[in-house]
Design a protein around this ligand. Sequence first.
Ligand code: C5P
Length: 420
Amino acid sequence: MKQSLENKSILLIISGGIAAYKSLELIRLIKKSGANVRCILTKGGAQFITPLSVASLSEEQVYTDLFSLKDETEMGHIRLSREADVIIAAPASANTIAKIAHGRADNLASTTLLASDKPILIAPAMNPEMWDNEATQGNIQMLEQRGITMIGPAKGDTACGETGMGRMSEPEEIFGALLSFFYERPLKGYKALVTAGPTYEPIDPVRFIGNRSSGKQGYAIASALFEAGADVTLVSGPAALPDPVGINTIRVETADEMLNACQSALPADIAICTAAVSDWAPKDNKTSKIKKRRNHTPPAISLKENPDILARLAKDSPNRPDLVIGFAAETEDILDNAREKLARKNCDLMVANEITEAENVFGADQNHVHLVTLDDSEEWPRASKKTIARKLVVRIAKHINNPKNNKENTLNVRRIEAAE
Ligand code: C5P
């Protein structure tokens, strides 16, 4: 069956930017595909294209005003959102993005977005400096954490004469993203288990042994799996990140709790262990705070080994997920070390992080990884953890949907064509 948007309702928000002219083509593509498209044109947007062009192409009234009595009685901001299957902001200016990030409601577009209970897609368009600005990047990160899908922007020449990131994606690409939003769920019906964050191993009621893991990569992978249609359980150690949208998030503290939560989440088709599980835990967790006493030598903490969750999940057993992926943070000989771990822990793929002083990935938003199998490796250049997560999920989907793969096969990157 050919994919189309037949009978879908799209609410398109067109904000200020020269890329607004491309939205006219987007409206045409959406209409041609059988969907109904209602448009909100902001004041800025109306500086670049006219309400008449938008109305002619969408064959609908164009909504511009928050306080227009006529619009509010006929179709207020709440109804505009409720009657849509999805809301897409294209172009989304830096200003509109900032408003969504901070919950502003000072025009029809921002009020509708704030009042929305619908999935939101955003196609940013702006000058490269504005895109690179920390304020915009912070806002984008906030939106992504809330489950809003970004389309682009693309790299290239912009209308202001500068070159860089900030061009709005082409209408065909935005239309394609809309199609995949409705149809492409390559992991639909699959169950995925992700571990993320550090573990805290208590010494006494106030002290613990922990580590610097932020959980960002694992959370991004959980979200990307969810976007791809998987039913995701995220078992997270203490991380300062909100529960990702649509994901069953189980919060734990210790390695033992993480192992129990993972075992309760089985069976699963895919397991991805990104957690930085503490290798050791204090042998006895004191029930009262260890006192610091004058002239006493510091207390000795004896340690016991923690369970290796990845190795337990990957152990051959009827419950073993079809695909088990580990992460290995390495400072040297990263490929050899990752491969040794892969073999020892019986997993199918290791994603190896390079930890050098210059490339400290703990807490960072970017990552630089190598995909390592028993007989192969592939380097992925530095990119946002979100991008790495999406690329990894493309690989997983290709592996899972490849009839040649079965429980005995391991993921062989050579056999799978490049994701992008
Ligand atoms: O041995 P190392 O800690 O470097 O291995 C890293 C991989 O093993 C990661 O995927 C991590 O989540 C997993 N791991 C685990 N349980 C442990 C130690 C590591 O799941 N106790």
